[in-house]
Design a protein around this ligand. Sequence first.
Ligand code: NAD
Length: 395
Amino acid sequence: MSEQVIEPRIRGFISLTAHPEGCAANVREQVEVVRKAGITGHLGTVLVIGSSTGYGLASALVSCFGYGAQTLGVCFEKEPEESKPGTAGWYNLAEAHRLARLDGRTFETINGDAFSSEVKQQVVDALRRLGPADLVIYSLASPRRKDAAGTIWNSTLKPIGKPYTGKGFDLRNDAVTEASIEAANDEEIASTVKVMGGEDWADWVDLLLREGLLAQGARTVAYSYIGPELTAEIYRDGTIGHAKEHLEATGHALDARMGAAVDGDAWVSVNKAVVTQASAAIPAVPLYLSVLMKLMKERGTHEGPIEQVVRMFRDHTGPVATPTLDDKGRIRLDDLEMQPDLQAEIAGIWDGLTTENFRAQSDYEGYQRTFHQLFGFEVPGIDYAAPTEVNRPLV
Ligand code: NAD
């Protein structure tokens, strides 16, 4: 037992602390969304790679609490040590494990580097025990990858071909800025593809196929993003977009291999922009998201990761769904974000955004609150003055 009062220490897009009970309350709320979604159908075993926060956590919760799947997650989180608190993802999973146990469901986690062969082997061993996977979700967002030869690759967020100058946002000072970012060199482009492209997803799928650990008719899904013209130079046409194109091309190759081997499928799902640790680090995205959130809330179309993933399973990848694909073979959960009239409205607001007016023109308050909630802060009903147990195990 180690109870402490945990204070927020947020620096720009990094939070140095996480509140265990706030994170637990977030997970309970997501599980409630799943329970109320009227889900029908059952999945046997689901593997989620990147299962502790954001889209991966939502995927694991929908699998376990919606489709009754034995859910195995892989993540890279800091475990609490004696009196030293762990990371938000750890506390999210501690609560997910607890809720699953209460319900007699199976939710297991392997905490370690998903790129490594050691962790891949641990997953193989776990699936031998649980049974072959019916669904594998690939939801890693990582700044770096150490490959099998020990080489470290770093992911960068840079434009390609020419420098980027455009709107930025300084989360430390809440200021709209003019950002200017040098174009990436070839090495940076290749390195970003190594980290966030499809190579590791393919390594996972090929390994599980070789080991006979994908069930007949199994499906695998990886997550991608496209986004608007406003962020294209820095996102879709930049280093990360290049990696996403590689991921999407990998999806087609995997689809053929999955089809031949187990009559299965591989898809990429293009999801909407949501507030996560990964998206906060992308220049201009927090500002774009703040405007997007205001307008989507006004239209009644606002969704977070859990609503997106409920919809993905229901309409596209769940056991009783057949996906609708775009002309490039992708699932489009970003359909509501990309509605042309909505995007035209955002574009009309964008150029006029300044440090003085952005709060009125956007839902920055909502963005900030959601960002702080990722780490368990500003969650309604939590007494932040009270000590909370930091030593929460994943059992
Ligand atoms: P996130 O930062 O919330 O989650 C990343 C997950 O990956 C965490 O569970 C983390 O523990 C895990 N992880 C990171 N490095 C790891 C490693 N080496 N080994 C094991 N686990 C590791 O990210 P997110 O925003 O949910 O993004 C997930 C995917 O969804 C990414 O592919 C991202 O591009 C995509 N996506 C995100 C958005 C968005 O707006 N956030 C939109 C569309 C698509």
